[in-house]
Design a protein around this ligand. Structure first.
Ligand SMILES: [Zn+2]
Length: 878
């Protein structure tokens, strides 16, 4: 699954106020094996009847049990049979159905009836715009029928769907279609069979009036695979990029990981109402429309990349997730961390390694680092949870990817491939664990990961300090590491940290080769000799380890690295460091005018070099021009004052905008000459265009507003138009209102673009952003029923520090109101809004008290879902 946001059915019993804690150490294998599952669906939007037939036999690897425990959630059994005869001695234990069974093999039959139209949680089988679709990961299948809904029970599925042809002309499920036919009453049916045993979370069904973009792919062994992307009529012209992305993903996984596709068909369906980004159901991926539909007029370059990356991610799961699944949900990072790494490597190959790496690090540091330093911190393999939906986190996904990336860095690409080959061979068809993966990497790649396992069990971002002593031509580096305390883990051990470094000769601007230092003790010393003068240290090159680095380095040395470093990430980092140092000092108060001027001079020197360096490609220039985010800046301080940081950051932007007005205008003119294309140069030009506009508007809002309005009017693509509107949305000029009205009118019938319209206003720098958000919540296009729309308004707002952290606490109240209103409708999405409030310990005391007050107000709601209850109680630290 890909992250983007679970509740009870409307008629379900309220969740107990204190849901139980589930622990990794309590794992036991299921008592029964289910070699074969048959499901028959009699489909209707308001009533769907599900008849299941489960072939069961004792699992020889488990303790025998006289009872078959089947999970349910918000459903009741209309009939239970064993070996063809109805039984009445079944019982309920909470929401689980218990069927008494004698030893030996049996066939258990169950009939349930569900109402997809009432399913606002979007988990299980639900209705979206007249079509029916499913989302089962992690525990949605139990909302369809009673079943051992756990990832280690693998079964072969045969699915029959029957429904009115007028409503549901297309009937899809996992695997290959094995039959279809018409009935005399106007209904039709289809049968699908998936030959690959799978857990219930990978089950999928789609029924609706859909059209398809079709193509085909010939695999490395010469097998033809029919490909189809199903969308609503009218969306077909926007599916070509998704299809190209799918084909490229299939080719790449064969070439880079040796993985071949294993069914005759691969189908993707796009759905408007979806909690997550997309879902890797075997042979039938279900996607949020956001990650399928794209054309130049309605999607930004970032959206195109998002489609390519998520299509790849879900496709790659066919091996890392489906062929080898997880033993239990504590192992989620086994499939997600590995698959994120695979999609990142793919995108690096497609889009360019350097810039993609910087983007991935920006996400990690903007989202995962704050998670890792807050109340919701957890290891990439957690030890306990109350609601698994809350663990689809940046830690499991993005940090999980970084951990496997470090293995690759330590052993090199060839040995890494030997490790992954062994893992795929050894565990194909199994439900595996993180430990299985680690062992396969040790055996296949020749790594000793004994101490490295700490990356799986210890939460928190390691802090690494590097100091250099230089005497008589010898540079000696002292590397010190510590891992901060996190909830439940007060004391940590040192971990193996692979640090790529280079020592630059400041006279020549060159270095004598990159070194990989493996730091695995609290303190270590590394010595290098033969330097004519003190070298300049470039460290954590390529972001070789997910750590924070504190290094002793002078501003002029950072200016040097920002201009000369041959590692793109390190060059970006030098520029970021320069700005972080200054803004951290400035926002903590007490910076003298001289010190401020000196820091701005250094930043100006580096910035000037970046915007005028003709050897630099524009996509990299665009990255280097971006200032660190307020969230990232706040993360650098124990206790932060978000409005002071915001103010200092805006002041610096304005100063740069004034000082480089001429150069920025020239740059904006130059990049505006390029014709639209999806080629790298043109994409880089568009990135720089909007960046230049951001600074120009900060320096001079009046002329900046005019330039932005011109860019908006001249735009022949969404990247330029959205960029211009983003700048305008932060200004108080007449053009702001005009262009916002125009944008909504122009794209009124396109949900995804209307989402952008909401998000641009909610994330704007406008001083009245809170008032705008309140008004937008009353807009006719706003609804709490669609997760994309909710996120476009409220997630954008919660990520807008100057508005969210309003001094009177109004921003906090707004998010708390949303959580309380959304929780009964869609708890999975509601719970995702808790973490911004959970940051209270790291915010200055007055605001911290206001944030806590809102968390307590949510906690006082008696009917809170399991999802939200868990996040709120962890955030309060009770
Ligand atoms: Zn995934």
């Amino acid at each position: 699954m890909d992250i983007a946001t679970n509740p009870e059915m409307a008629d379900a019993a309220p969740t107990p106020h204190e849901p139980p804690v589930i622990r990794r150490e309590d794992y036991t294998p299921f008592a029964w094996a289910l070699p074969e599952t048959r499901l028959a669906f009699d489909l209707g939007v308001e009533k769907t009847r599900v008849t299941s037939s489960l072939s069961v036999e004792p699992n020889l690897a488990a303790e025998p049990s006289p009872v078959l425990r089947l999970n349910g959630d918000g459903i009741t059994a209309a009939q239970v049979t064993v070996d063809g005869s109805e039984i009445s001695d079944w019982t309920m234990d909470g929401s689980d159905l218990l069927v008494p069974l004698s030893a030996g093999a049996h066939v258990v039959g169950i009939v349930t009836e569900i109402d997809p139209s009432a399913n606002s949680q979007l988990m299980g089988l639900y209705a979206s715009g007249g079509m029916l679709c499913t989302q089962c990961e992690a525990e949605g299948f139990r909302r369809i029928t009673f079943f051992p809904d756990r990832p280690d029970v693998l079964s072969t599925y045969t699915v029959t769907m029957t429904g009115p042809k007028s409503l549901f002309p297309v009937l899809l499920s996992n695997g290959n279609q094995t039959g279809e036919g018409q009935n005399e009453d106007g209904t039709h049916w289809a049968e699908w069979h998936d030959p690959w045993p799978k857990p219930s979370y990978l089950f999928a069904l789609v029924a609706g009036d859909l059209v398809a973009n079709t193509d085909s792919f010939t695999t490395m062994s010469g097998r033809e695979v029919d490909l189809a992307i199903y969308v609503r009529d009218g969306d077909l012209p926007r599916t070509d990029h998704a299809m190209r992305s799918l084909i490229k993903s299939m080719e790449w996984d064969e070439q880079v990981f040796g993985r071949e596709y294993d069914l005759d068909v691969f189908n993707i369906v796009a759905v408007s109402d979806f909690n997550m980004g997309a879902m890797e159901n075997k042979g039938l991926n279900v996607f949020n429309t956001k990650y399928v539909l794209a054309d130049a007029d309605t999607a930004t370059d970032g959206d195109f990349d998002g489609v390519e990356g998520v299509i790849a991610h879900e496709y790659f799961h066919n091996w890392s997730g489906n062929r080898i699944t997880c033993q239990d949900w504590f192992q989620l990072s086994l499939k997600e961390g590995f698959t994120v790494l695979r999609d990142q490597m793919f995108s690096q190959d497609m889009q360019g390694e350097a810039v993609k790496r910087i983007e991935d690090v920006r996400i990690l540091r903007g989202v995962q680092f704050p998670e890792d330093s807050g109340p919701l911190a957890h290891p990439i393999r957690p030890d306990s949870f109350r609601e698994i939906s809350n663990f689809y986190t940046a830690t499991i996904y993005n940090k999980g990817a970084e951990v496997i990336r470090m293995m690759r860095t330590m052993c090199g690409p060839e040995a890494f491939r030997k490790g992954t080959d062994l893992y795929f061979d050894r565990h194909d068809g199994e439900a595996a664990t993180c430990e299985d993966f680690i062992t396969a990497m040790e055996d296949g790649a020749g790594l000793d990961l004994t101490q490295f396992r700490l990356w799986y069990s210890q939460a928190g971002t390691p802090k690494v300090t590097v100091t250099m002593d230089y005497t008589d031509g010898e540079a000696s580096l002292t590397v010190h590491q510590s891992v901060p305390a996190t909830p439940g883990q007060p004391i940590k051990k040192p971990m193996p940290i692979p640090l790529k470094i280079a020592l630059f000769d400041p006279a020549t601007g060159t270095h004598r080769g990159e070194e990989l230092l493996l730091c695995n003790q609290a303190e270590q010393r590394f010595t290098f000799d033969g330097f004519a003068q003190k070298p300049v240290l470039s460290v954590n090159r390529g972001f070789s380890a997910p750590v924070t680095i504190a290094r002793e380095i002078e501003d002029h040395e950072l200016v040097f690295l920002a201009a000369n470093d041959d590692d793109a990430f390190a060059r970006y980092e030098a520029m970021q460091d320069l700005v972080v140092r200054h803004l951290t000092a400035a926002s903590s108060g007490g910076l003298s005018d001289e010190a401020r001027d000196a820091a701005r001079d250094a930043i100006g020197t580096a910035f000037g070099a970046i915007i005028t360096d003709s050897a630099l490609d524009d996509s990299m220039r665009g990255e280097l021009m971006m200032l660190p985010s307020i969230t990232y800046l706040a993360e650098q301080q124990e206790v932060a004052d978000p409005s002071a940081i915001h103010q200092q950051r805006e002041d610096l932007k304005a100063w740069l905008g004034v000082r480089f007005a001429k150069e920025l205008a020239a740059l904006h003119d130059r990049v505006s000459q390029l014709e639209f294309s999806l080629e790298k140069a043109a994409r880089g030009a568009r990135k720089v265009k909007t960046q230049a506009l951001v600074y120009l508007a900060s320096g001079d809002p009046e002329s900046g507003s005019k330039a932005a309005a011109r860019q908006y009017d001249a735009a022949d693509n969404m990247t330029d138009r959205q960029g211009a509107l983003m700048v305008l949305a932060g200004l108080g000029t007449a053009a702001r209102t005009d262009k916002l009205i125009d944008f909504h009118r122009r794209y009124a019938d396109n949900e995804l673009v209307v989402d952008k319209w909401f998000a641009l206003q909610a994330s704007s720098l406008h001083p009245k952003a809170i008032e705008h958000v309140k008004a937008l919540a009353e807009h006719k296009d706003f609804t709490l029923r669609n997760p994309n729309r909710v996120r476009s308004l409220y997630m954008a707002f919660a990520a807008n520090p100057h508005a969210f952290h309003a001094e009177d606490g109004e921003g906090y109240r707004l998010i708390a109101d949303l959580i309380i209103a959304l929780d009964p409708i869609n708890p999975q999405t509601a719970a995702r809004f808790v973490s911004p409030l959970g940051r209270w310990r790291r915010i200055e005391p007055k605001r911290a008290a206001l944030m806590r007050e809102q968390l307590e107000r949510i906690a006082a709601v008696k009917t809170l879902s399991r999802d939200t209850f868990e996040q709120v109680s962890r955030s309060l630290g009770d």
